[in-house]
Design a protein. Structure first.
Lengths: 159, 362
């Protein structure tokens, strides 16, 4: 079900606003808490619908990578829900135990849904995306350097 | 008669204070930080996360520091901590085919889509102590090459296309969870994999090795071993859609095993599966071999009585916290139990000696 739901094509067809929101929630969840605090130093006025709370998510895998689900182990997560003065509601569900991370991610989720989010898009999301891509590319380049290029030795009798 | 004994409190406090002092060691040596353990003892951190069954590198590093490097004690601390956390939900199953791989090797195919990527491996090192690490030197740097962004499909998918390997039936059934209900046997494969994913690495390794030496031989090849990061996604009911909540590192091993066919199946390869939190390839290879050995019944193979084929034996003894808890408790006071044993042995001896005397006289 989730595979269907989250393939980029079906999501875009289903609801572009939802797809955009899924993308920024992922970017915010994966941001480092310290970097997020740098990019959003001041918190807007808000009401806590659910104060940041630390808990666990059971991570599942599939037998053989593609078969039936099984419980692999848990990970720590922090969740938070907020409401801005203007009424927009934001949610966050982020890896780790950093309450300020979850709070900022929820606030940004709410702020990005409001009108006039283009500035936030440029000031917060764009650098986070770019930095995440740079980290990913760096590892991919190191991995590429360890890729084996096989060649076959010419045997004496083949001359 | 049961007699409660008090009086150990002062001694216990002093013992724990001394433990803290010994943990710190020589004050002339700089104290270890959690970040140093996380970054520089990453494989120990990974083992504690896998067997503690909780992915959180900072907490695992803290546990290692607190446990003075005793990894099973560190796993114990993590297991205890995780019981304090509310379980919010379960993730959608991670998609290991779309893993961002640091390492991906196959022992069965030389040329395959995505290539053989060695990653940061100990393989091919000479296992000679590197005395340069004793001195402070320049930071090492890894070479880089342009990444082409090629897809890295599972090797078993290639075999599957030709029908040469057993199909892996897809389902979305909710798996049983041994952290929520007591282990009941027989276990299905999902439950066995959960137990093995958090099992002691040494125990799993020894069992897997025993299958290679003939105790339940399954002729395993490492079809594929991959290490890398996958996104974790959960469905949020308040939103009605799934969101990525982070990324975790995993190690996956798919073993490909000989199978000569049975009454109902033609000859084909069969599968063993290993998936472990963090970077832990010894554990994931071991897990896939033990998984395969445990599947003898569903594949219609003979039970030769090998330990690795015995589900009850494997699943009841693979958890190092259960094992060490029961093992180590025997060092704690058993004065009353022992007093009873002592009484019994004295009485039996007296009876035995008394019974011997008439014979001597005769």
């Amino acid at each position: 079900m989730s595979q269907m739901q989250n393939s980029p094509d079906t999501v875009a067809l289903a609801d572009p606003a939802q797809a955009a929101r899924q993308e920024w929630m992922a970017v915010l969840a994966k941001a480092s808490p310290a970097r997020l605090a740098e990019l959003l130093p001041k918190l807007p006025a808000h009401e806590l619908l659910r104060a940041p709370e630390i808990g666990a998510v059971m991570v599942r895998g599939r037998v053989g990578g593609t078969g039936a689900p099984f419980n692999l182990g848990e990970m720590t997560v922090t969740r938070c829900s907020v409401k801005l003065a203007a009424g927009s509601v934001g949610h966050a569900f982020v890896q780790g135990r950093d309450k300020s991370h979850a709070l900022r991610a929820a606030l940004l989720d709410a702020m990005l849904q409001a009108t006039g989010a283009a500035a936030l898009e440029a000031e917060v999301l764009a650098p986070l995306r770019q930095e995440a891509k740079a980290r990913r590319d760096l590892r991919a380049e190191k991995a590429a350097a360890t890729r084996v290029e096989f060649f076959t030795l010419m045997r004496g009798e083949d001359k | 008669m049961y007699v409660a004994v008090k009086g150990g409190e002062r001694a216990i406090d002093a013992a724990h204070a001394w433990l803290a002092e010994e943990r710190r060691g020589d004050l002339a040596i700089a104290e270890l930080s959690i970040a140093q353990i996380r970054e520089q003892l990453a494989l120990a951190v990974n083992r504690v996360m896998a067997e503690g069954s909780l992915y959180d590198p900072d907490l695992a590093a803290l546990a290692i520091k607190q446990a003075r490097g005793d990894l099973i004690e560190a796993v114990f601390l993590i297991r205890a901590y995780r019981t304090t956390l509310p379980r919010f939900t379960a993730s959608t199953p991670v998609d290991t085919a779309s893993m961002t791989v640091d390492r991906r090797v196959s022992a069965t195919f030389k040329d395959l889509p995505g290539g053989q990527i060695l990653g940061p491996t100990f393989d091919y090192t000479h296992r000679l102590l590197d005395f340069a690490l004793m001195a402070e030197g320049e930071a090492p740097a890894a070479p880089r090459s342009p990444a082409i962004g090629e897809a890295v499909p599972h090797v078993t998918e290639l075999l599957d296309q030709d029908g040469l390997i057993e199909a892996e039936p897809f389902s979305d059934l909710t798996p049983r969870d041994l952290t929520r209900e007591p282990l009941e046997l027989p276990a299905d494969r999902a439950l066995r994999l959960q137990a093995l994913a958090r099992a002691d690495e040494g125990f799993t390794l020894a069992l897997a090795y025993s299958t290679q030496r003939g105790y339940g031989r399954t002729h395993a090849f490492v079809g594929e071993l991959r290490i890398g990061r996958v996104a974790v996604e959960v469905e949020l009911p308040e939103l009605g859609f799934a969101v990525e909540i982070g990324e975790i590192e995993l190690t996956e091993c798919e073993s490909v095993n000989q199978f000569k066919g049975s009454k109902i199946e033609p000859p084909q390869f069969t599968r063993g599966y290993g998936l472990v939190l963090g970077q832990s390839e010894r554990k994931s290879i071991s897990m896939s071999l033990v998984d395969r050995a445990l599947r003898w019944k569903e594949l219609g193979e003979d039970n030769i009585g090998a330990p690795a084929q015995d589900e009850e034996f494997v699943l009841s003894h693979c958890d190092n916290i259960q094992a060490t808890g029961f093992l180590e408790h025997i060092k704690l006071p058993h004065y009353v139990d022992f007093q009873a044993e002592l009484e019994l042995v004295r009485r039996l001896r007296a009876e035995a000696i008394a019974a011997q005397k008439p014979e001597d006289a005769a």
